[in-house]
Design a protein around this ligand. Structure first.
Ligand SMILES: [Zn+2]
Length: 122
């Protein structure tokens, strides 16, 4: 049973995560103002010239794109969890989206944005 104290703790964790993810994204990507959860990684802005260096930049950019994508997904999960926890009385927070059972408290503590219980998260 999730007590008020635990809910508050989880909410704090989620808010902290959101801030941290956003900060990381902002360090190399720009958020689309019109489209929520859509970020665009910026191409490394260096002087052109050395072809070898340009190839490095391209690889670096690809890495950034995949990092951006995974951060974007995580941010989305955190946002959804935050929305649910704000409306905790509707009983949607902490419930497995697959089997509709309650997600283990230990699991939520480690991963407050969890959408599935341990059994379904395989
Ligand atoms: Zn489940």
């Amino acid at each position: 049973m999730l007590t008020k104290k635990i809910i508050l703790e989880l909410e704090n964790k989620l808010t902290e995560q959101k801030t941290a993810i956003k900060k990381e994204l902002e360090s190399f990507a720009v958020e689309d103002k019109n489209l929520k959860h859509n970020w665009t990684a910026q191409f490394p802005n260096k002087e052109k010239g050395d072809p070898e260096e340009e190839a490095d930049d391209a690889t670096e950019y690809e890495n950034l794109l995949s990092l951006e994508h995974s951060l974007e997904l995580k941010l989305k999960d955190v946002d959804i969890a935050l929305e649910k926890i704000h409306k905790v009385k509707t009983g949607k927070y902490g419930v497995c989206e697959k089997c509709s059972k309650k997600i283990e408290e230990k699991r939520l503590m480690a991963c407050p944005e969890a959408k599935f219980c341990i059994k379904c998260n395989i």
